[in-house]
Structures are given as structure tokens and as C-alpha cells.
Design a protein around this ligand. Sequence first.
Ligand code: GTP
Length: 598
Amino acid sequence: VDQERIRNFSIIAHIDHGKSTLADRLIEYTGTLSRREMREQVLDTMELERERGITIKAQSVRMEYRADDGQTYILNLIDTPGHVDFTYEVSRALKACEGALLVVDASQGIEAQTLANVHMALEQNLEIIPIINKIDLPGADPERVRREIEETIGLDASYAILASAKEGIGTRDILEAIVTLIPPPSGDPAAPLKALIYDSFYDPYKGVVVHFRIFDGTLRVGDRIRMMGGGKEFQVDELYVFRPRLTPIDALGPGEVGALAAAIKDVRDVRVGDTITGADRPAAEPVPGFRPATPMVFTGLYPVDSADYDQLRDALAKLQLNDAALRYEPETSEALGFGFRCGFLGLLHMDVVQERLEREFGLNLIATAPGVVYRVVKTDGSVEMVENPARLPPPTTIDRIEEPVVRAQIVTPAEYVGPLMELCQDRRGTFLNMEYVGEKRVLLTYRLPLAEIMYDFFDQLKTRSRGYASLDYEFEGYVESRLVKMDILVNGEPVDALSVIVHRDKAERRGRALVQKLRELIPRQQFEVPIQAAIGSRIIARETVRALRKDVLAKCYGGDVTRKRKLLEKQKEGKKRLKQIGSVEIPQEAFMAVLRTD
Ligand code: GTP
């Protein structure tokens, strides 16, 4: 392929501004798929993605477009995931492009993720083409959005394309803009191979299929390759381009985007961000900026039925094949038995994994409340990263505890600034900045502890702004904080899986709310069950689950046998998500209660 006629680009947008719909229009217009093959939003393939209407895993597609200048161009669209959890994958995907289409909803304007994504695109020096989408909507105000783009992002929006992805307005203008404004890739076809891995997935027949973009050199079927970071070597069995299904090809050159299969059995040998080079003639330097994705949120996953442990382990291994960011390692809890401590990029990622484990593998799981990773500096100077509150070292050995903080950006109509600042303050936020976006909206920037964002922050944000505020955040670092471990005792026994790390000033409030919540959630037993919150040996809150007055079956005695059986079955049903801890049964909800006690 003539390098001059390749264009690599992404579409960046705030969630729901129409990225997938626009991709569909481009695929359709270029005839990449026939109308019969087109389904709505062809790039969102995972069932879960369709149900939730969000893009989780990035996909790519190669299109051929005959432009007004009479030439045919290869357009590689590199899709990016839309959620804040997957920021790392977005930045990788953008690295593989020379340009980006910036899609902004004409009725909504710039939102928090618009800003975050544009920021990443600018960092990569991408040519940005602004597109004002949904101009068909009655509430569309393209001129206002044009001003917002100019004032807030500082882009020249005079050439912004007005479009409706839904109705196919502006599609040809967008394709022409891609061809004329986005530069072709540079790179030397004769140089040693240098290709950036931006995604991978596991195929049971082909092994790991690696998605990459070539910066220098040429890759052919049969070549021996080496992963520069990982060090492993493989022989390329097959090369593909995305149409959007994998279509075999013999060779790919600089600027091209494709996939390869090389009988790679272990996904851990392929890391997003790593560089592929030739085994015989390696490049001197990798593509810069390699950094493995780090899980930010941890939770314990335990099978309700301990006999399912092996099945859970196998399921996690299978999921990890397609999800290199998922971490897990065996963990034992006194309360819950054998399970796994799992690490995720964020809460959505965690949700998706848990749902897939239950749906695709038929597992019945108990999940402990998600938490962040604390950095514990001990008195002897050593540092320990603590993923599980129950494993916090004894207080006497701790010099200080640091927690992860994020830089959060909130875009909101000006009238909700008050309540939102209150929310941030309440979540131990540090105010950093406030500026206007257009005339009526405000961009707030706060530093917030990650742990505080996990606790229904997003829901609160939406409630307090009547759904109008948007949020984006990125990990900033660790800061010292006055944190303590709070234990929960049920019937006098500490339940390790219920321990949480909380800020000292909030411990009493959280403790009281938590034991109250647990009292409601823990079913009554034949005896009285005290529930206590404690810091060290000091009890800070207490509630009691009163004893059952009568046997549940008592009212059936002498009566109808079927009713009695039904009652027993119903109890069994309810037991699915109960875990026997000591002499008390604790339901799944109890482990999550800590998330909803503010
Ligand atoms: P994520 O993949 O989750 O990031 O969302 P997205 O940005 O891809 O948005 P998507 O394409 O799924 O569109 C969101 C909603 O807006 C869908 O209901 C679309 O039908 C609708 N939509 C997209 N483009 C237009 C448009 O031009 N006009 C109108 N009226 N609706 C549109």
C-alpha cells in the first residue's frame, strides 16, 4: 500500500454523544460492509456492551474510500473505549493514530470526558477534527457548541463539521476531512520493525491475536518477532487486517494497522503498550511510554458453594485471556473460606467481570466491598501495598498510611456548583480550580481520594445536578491520610471480610451507619446477634438483631405438607447468597453495605 494514502484515526467523544453511530455511518458509506451485514453499532460486539450501550473493548476497522481527488485511501478507524475506567486503553489506541474525530453532541456541548479525551489527543499531537453531531435534535445549538470548543479547548472550530450520525448528514464531509486534514503516517519500510501493541484477545484456535500499528519496518507472514518489554519470541503464522472481521494479508508496512497470530498461548506474554520488533534485526528503542495497566480497585470474590472454587479459578483464567488488566490471586478469609483477591481498573470493570463470571460460567459468588490499594510505610522504613483491609499490618508497626488520589474534572450547569462543591468537600476533596465552559456551565477541578469516589459518588453527582453533571478523573498519586482499620464483629466474632479502612474523622459516622445497615440485612436467628464496629479494641457502634420469636415452620405444623415444603424451598432459594459465618448466616448485601452508608 502507498503510505501516502493511509489515514489512521480514532473517534473521541463523551459517552452517548454518538461515537458508535458515526462509526457505523463511515463503515456503511465506504461499503466496508454491505447493508445486509450492517447491524446497528457493529463495533460493539460483546453482549454486555450491547445491553449496557457502552463500549468496553476497543475494536478497529479498515475502510477503503475513493475521495474527491480520485484517489482511493485506506482509512483505519481505531475504536476507543468510552468509560473512565479504560482511560489507559484510550491513550494506547490514540498513540496508534495521526488524527482524531472529536464528536460533540450539539444539544449537550462539551462534557468531562470530552475534555479528558481531547487532552490525551493533544498530548499525542494528533490532528483533531471537531464534529458537532445530532444537529437533527430540536434542542441542538451548534453555534453555542462551536464557541465552547473554541473557548474551552482552544481549537479552531470554524471548520467543525455539522453532522447527524443518525440521519447520515455530514458523512461525506467527514471522510473528506479525514483525507485532507489528517497527515499520512511517516515511517521507514526498510528500518528494523517497530510496532505498538494496542490491544489483544484470545482465540481458542489461533491463540492470542495481537492488534498492533507499525511505526517502522515491514512485517510478513513467517517472520520471527520479539516482544521488546516481555522478551518472548514467536513466529508469525498469520497476519490480518480488520474489515472489520479479521481478513488475512501477506505483509504490512509502516503506518498500517493489523493483527497477528503466532501460536501465543499465554496472554501475559502480550502486553498492551509493548513494542513488537524483529527477532533477527531488533530495533534499538521501543515505541516510548510503555507502562502496564495497573488495577486500582480490589475486591474479594468467593464462591457461595466452596465446592465451586476450582471452577472459579478456571473461569478467572479464561476471562484473563481477553482482559490483561484483570488481576487475581488466591486469598483465604476466615469468614468466607477460599477465594480470590481480584484487581480491576475501576468499578465498571469490576462489575463487568463479576457479571460475566456469573452469566457465562454459571457461578454463584459473594463479593466483598471493593476497596483501593493503600501504601503503608512501616516504622522500619519498608513499604507495603495493602489490597485487603484485613491484611493491614498491626498499628504499632505503621509509620503512616497513604491513599490513592485522583484529579477529578466535573462539568456542570452553573446552578449546581454549590451542591457539587459541597459533595466534593464532604468526600474530603481539595478544591483546585473552577472555570467557565461557555456562558452557563462550569468546569470544577478537585483532588479527591479514590476511595471516596467509589462510594456512590457518581450517583450523588447525578442526583445533585439533576443528571446534568459529567465526571472524569485520572489517577494522580498517593498522599498521606489519617486512616484506620474498622472491624465488624458479628455475634462477638470479627468478620475479616467486613473490615474496612476509613478516615479517622469519619469512622464513627461510618461505623454507626454500617452496623445499622447490617442489622437490617442480617436475617434474624434463633438467638440474639450483636453487631459491633470496632477500631482496635474500642467499640464505636453497636446494634442488635433480635432473636426470632418462633420457629419458621411452627405455623405449618399439623397442616399442609406442600406448604411446608414450599417454605423450605423458599428458604433454600434465599440461602443461595448467604454465607454461614460462625453460627450466623450473612447475606451478600451485607458485604456491599459499606458502600452505601454515607
Ligand atoms: P459509547 O459507545 O457508550 O461511548 O457511546 P457512543 O458515543 O458510541 O454513542 P452512541 O453512538 O451509542 O449513541 C448514543 C445515542 O445517541 C444512541 O441512542 C444513538 O441512536 C443516538 N444518536 C447518535 N447520533 C445521533 C444523531 O446524530 N442524532 C440523534 N438524534 N441521535 C443520535
